[in-house]
Ligand binder design. Structure first.
Ligand code: IMP
Ligand code: MG
Length: 182
């Protein structure tokens, strides 16, 4: 029976590599936030797998919260429109925030979220992104913690989707073009 893996052209990043990358970011955050209790803000849904692994790679106390915005609709191209679907539960005034994102592409989603959360008076805000596609940037956003730069190809797995599917692949793969064209 054909499955998800038949839609994958190549594995770009293996499970083993992902594990090392997340561990490295966890170490950096644990070192930088020693003596503080940051709030990890996961941007749903793409960052859930990264979030779940990252929080366990962090050795200092932290809190977690979730926010959902829509930026892409169901396809592969950005619409430029960002809408809040689920807001944070917690008050963030005076707190150290780390925004946890799956991938920094045009930067539109994160620049919007940064502006929105900055207005609520946190003590600090930093960004932890698992992947970065710098060649695609349209607005100036910088991630203090970044897992890996990826080429301008549409990737899926480890939380990242195409049409809400493939999020549960344990590795990062590149989709076959035939998947888009039917
Ligand atoms: P940005 O606003 O253009 O930076 O878009 C960021 C969001 O687009 C990410 O949180 C992802 O949900 C989605 N995205 C961008 N590139 C990819 C990709 O290659 N695969 C899956 N989702 C992507
Ligand atoms: Mg997405």
């Amino acid at each position: 029976m054909p499955g998800m893996k038949d839609d994958i052209k190549e594995i770009l990043i293996s499970e083993e590599e992902l594990k090392k990358t997340v561990q490295r970011i966890g170490n950096e955050i644990s070192r930088d936030y020693e003596g503080k209790t940051p709030i990890l803000v996961s941007i749903l849904k793409g960052s859930v797998v990264f979030m779940a692994d990252l929080m366990r790679a962090i050795t200092i106390p932290c809190e977690i919260d979730f926010m959902a915005v829509s930026s892409y609709g169901s396809g592969v191209k950005t619409s430029g429109v960002v809408k809040i679907i689920k807001d944070l539960d917690r008050d963030i005034q005076g707190r150290d925030l780390i925004i946890v994102e799956d991938i920094l592409d045009s930067g539109m989603t994160l620049s919007y979220i940064l502006e929105l959360l900055s207005a609520r008076g946190p003590k600090s805000i930093k960004i932890a992104t698992l992947f970065d596609k710098p060649s695609r940037r349209q607005v100036d956003v910088f991630a203090q913690y970044s897992g890996a730069e990826v080429p301008d190809e549409f990737i899926v797995g480890y939380g990242l989707d195409y049409n809400e599917t493939y999020r549960n692949l344990p590795f990062i793969g590149v989709l076959k073009p035939s998947v888009y064209n039917n």
